[in-house]
Structure formats: structure tokens, C-alpha cells
Design a protein around this ligand. Structure first.
Ligand SMILES: Cc1ncc(COP(=O)(O)O)c(C=O)c1O
Length: 418
């Protein structure tokens, strides 16, 4: 097995060569959207050159296009550990979730209950509030423990009952990085007779995923968060999807894919998944004859190991700065329970001012609530939010050192009040 070679990996991402004022840009905005390797860019452009056509035509470009669309379903199935026919592709996670929530709402009765959390991105909260409104169901909120931004299973037990029909939870928090115990949550939801809808958008770039192993009924993710184009994917357990009423036009083959898909995005999605599988073959020790799913899992395990090491380094360096606090899980023993995403507050500096100041120096971080609005409000950081430093496998210690240097100079530079 070859050691993870961050320089070789970085060379595959054209955007990592972008400069600002003569210095390389440093991208810590991965949780908002990642950069893409050249193979993804090539696949999208090749689609337009060689395969640009609508679905089902009796000619070469349409046949090529259909093969790409089919492969995109298979590729996303490999990401989620499911079968290709259980994958629905769509514009993004939010749209897919609103779409299937409408079908689920049609099966709810007045007085049925849905559980959402106070930790997660609103994309896995607001569709369920809307679904409940349409069906006169009741929404219950699973409150996070604000001391470490985790969800406690005993608090879920108090919410579940025979009326609970669905539990909506994130695999990992896009704001503070908490990884939730999905298998345990699934077991509890199923014991109550409820379905589990998992938002894996933030988990997908950082963790090997297996929808069957965690026994989720639905898992949604977004390819632009893991090195591919702007495209969303939804797994729905076959028996459930087949039982739901579908809002579709008559002749359409796929029950939950509406209209013409993002075919060029599908081509890029295949390339993104192949890129991750390639990391597994190069650095993860995946055997020669391993399937794409096996190589992908090896790639994700390699990414996870590299990112955790990098995150420990980041956390240590942030700890050197006065007035900087990392939210969520911070104990050394808890690192396995988080992604390499650090939400920080900086005493005396507004999040926007910090992000602008860093942006002027070619360093991309995010500020605000990242649509994890409920959590940021509960933590008392609304409306300005916090600063989010999101690491991915293409970040390096040298970039972190540069970030720390700039952060250390911030209060003096901005002079903003607390
Ligand atoms: C955890 C999480 N869930 C959902 C979303 C929404 O994803 P999309 O942009 O694909 O709708 C995001 C986007 O930031 C996210 O981070």
C-alpha cells in the first residue's frame, strides 16, 4: 500500500492551482461544496462532445447518454451500499427531500408524528414541517445536548411512540461535525414502527457509507460535496418506494425522477465516484480485482485516516489562539465521533468580518449558520453565526499553518467588537 500522497492528489484538482495576489488559494469551504478533479471536468465536457442527447433515442449519442445515466445510478449505489434501482437522482438533496416528502405526506394521517432534530441542516427539517402541515401530522424536535452538540439516544426514546411515522436525522452535522449513531437510531425508529430518513450530505465526503448496514430507509446525499457536479442522490428502500404514491408524469419510467435529468452531471458523478475508488486502489490497499464499491470503501477509509490526522493538527493549532473556541466535540477521545469540520467562535471578531478578511488573503472559509439554523440559534450565535473551517483530503498542514497565522492577526486587523 502506498502512503497517502496529498501532493499527488492535489495535482489532480485544477482549482487548487488558483492564485490570489501571487499565493495559492486555500479552500476550507468543502462542507459548502468541494473542488473537483480533472477527470470530473473531462467527463462533463466529454458528455457534451460525444453523448449529448435526450433519453431513449435510437441513435448513438442517445445510447451513450443512457449508458452514462445508468452508470451514474450504479455509481451512487456504490457510494451508499445499495442497488442501482433504489437510487433516485435529482438536482440536489433539498429538492429530492421535498419531492419524496410530498409522497410520504400523502400516506400520513392527522395525529401521526414526525421527529426532526435541532442539530441538523434545515433541508432535513423544513420538508418534514411542510409534510406535517399538509397532513395535519405533529412534528417533535429531538433536542441536541448543547454542551457537545450531540444527540442523546435516551432523549429520542422519550419522543418515540406508536404514532411516530418518520425520524429525520443527519448522518453528520454540517455545522459542527458531530457524527450521529445512525444504526442505533434506526433500531429505535423501527421498534416504534417509524421510517428513518438520513441526510448524508455532510458525511459523504468524509466517511464510508453503508445504508444497509445502518438499516436506514432513506439516505440522501449531494455529489457536489464529494468532488463531483451539482447533483443529488436519494436511496429509498425498495419496498417503501414502491408503496409510496409517486408524483410523476404518466409515461416516465422512473417513479421519482421528474423530467429530463442532468446528464452531464451524471457523467461527472461517475467520474467523481471513480476518482474515490481510484484512491482506494492507489492508497487504500484495495486488491486488483476489487469491485468499485470495495475500492471506494478503501478510498474513503484512507481519506478518513488522513482527515482525522489533519483535524487533530487543526484543533491543536486553533488551541494556541486566544479567544478561539471550537464548538461541539472537542475531547481527544471523541475525535472518531466527528468529521474534520470545525465551527469556531472568535472573541471580538464577527464571523463575516473574519471570513472577509481571510477571503482577501486567498483563504476560503464559511461564515453564518450554514442552514443549520436551529443549532446556531440554540447555541446563541444567531444571526451572525460562526466561522466554519472544513477540511477535506486535499487540504494540508501547510494550509492550516497559513490559516492560523492569518487568524492570529484578525482581531487587530478587523477591530470588531464582541
Ligand atoms: C448536511 C447538509 N444537508 C443538506 C444540504 C443541502 O444540500 P443540497 O444543496 O444538495 O440541497 C447541505 C448543504 O449544505 C448540507 O450540508
Amino acid at each position: 500500500m502506498t502512503t497517502f500522497d496529498a501532493d499527488a492528489i492535489r495535482a489532480r484538482f485544477p482549482a487548487l492551482s488558483l492564485t490570489q495576489d501571487g499565493r495559492l488559494m486555500a479552500f476550507f469551504d468543502g462542507p459548502g461544496g468541494t473542488q473537483v478533479p480533472d477527470s470530473v471536468i473531462d467527463a462533463v465536457s466529454r458528455y457534451y462532445r460525444e453523448a449529448n442527447a435526450n433519453h431513449g433515442g435510437a441513435f448513438a449519442t442517445s445510447e451513450r447518454s443512457d449508458a452514462i445515466v445508468e452508470n451514474a445510478h450504479a455509481a451512487l449505489a456504490d457510494v451508499l451500499g445499495v442497488d442501482a434501482d433504489e437510487v433516485t437522482l435529482g438536482p440536489n438533496m433539498t429538492t429530492l427531500t421535498f419531492h419524496v416528502s410530498r409522497s410520504i405526506a400523502a400516506t400520513l394521517r392527522p395525529g401521526d408524528e414526525i421527529v426532526v432534530t435541532g442539530l441538523d441542516h434545515q433541508a432535513n427539517v423544513d420538508p418534514w414541517i411542510a409534510a406535517a402541515r399538509d397532513s395535519e401530522a405533529i412534528v417533535r424536535t429531538w433536542e441536541p445536548d448543547l454542551a457537545d452538540c450531540t444527540l442523546r439516544l435516551d432523549a429520542l426514546d422519550e419522543l418515540l411512540n406508536e404514532r411516530t411515522r418518520l425520524v429525520a436525522v443527519g448522518w453528520a452535522s454540517n455545522a459542527v461535525g458531530t457524527i450521529n449513531p445512525i444504526r442505533e437510531i434506526a433500531d429505535r425508529a423501527h421498534r416504534a414502527g417509524a421510517w428513518l430518513y438520513v441526510d448524508a450530505v455532510h458525511a459523504a465526503p468524509h466517511l464510508p457509507l453503508d445504508a444497509r448496514a445502518v438499516d436506514a430507509d432513506f439516505v440522501a446525499c449531494s455529489v457536489y460535496k464529494f468532488f463531483g457536479p451539482h447533483l443529488g442522490a436519494l436511496y429509498g428502500r425498495r419496498a417503501i418506494m414502491n408503496s409510496l404514491p409517486a408524483y410523476k408524469v404518466g409515461p416516465a419510467e422512473h417513479r421519482f425522477e421528474t423530467g429530463t435529468g442532468n446528464h452531464e452531471g451524471d457523467a461527472g458523478a461517475v467520474a467523481a465516484v471513480d476518482y474515490l475508488a481510484d484512491l482506494g486502489a492507489r492508497f487504500g490497499g484495495a486488491a486488483g480485482g476489487a469491485s468499485r464499491r470495495e475500492r471506494l470503501l478503501a478510498g474513503m477509509r484512507t481519506i478518513r485516516a488522513y482527515e482525522l490526522d489533519l483535524y487533530r493538527y487543526l484543533a491543536g493549532r486553533l488551541g494556541e489562539l486566544d479567544g478561539v473556541r471550537i464548538l461541539g466535540l472537542t475531547a481527544a477521545a471523541d475525535m472518531e465521533r466527528r468529521t474534520p469540520t470545525a465551527a469556531i467562535s472568535i472573541q471580538g471578531v464577527s464571523p463575516r468580518a473574519a471570513a472577509e478578511e481571510l477571503g482577501r488573503r486567498g483563504i476560503a472559509v464559511w461564515d453564518g449558520d450554514f442552514y443549520a439554523t436551529g443549532l446556531i440559534e440554540r447555541l446563541g450565535f444567531a444571526p451572525d453565526g460562526v466561522v466554519r473551517i472544513g477540511l477535506t483530503h486535499y487540504n494540508t498542514r501547510a494550509e492550516i499553518d497559513r490559516l492560523i497565522e492569518e487568524l492570529a492577526g484578525l482581531p487587530a486587523a478587523t477591530g470588531a467588537p464582541a
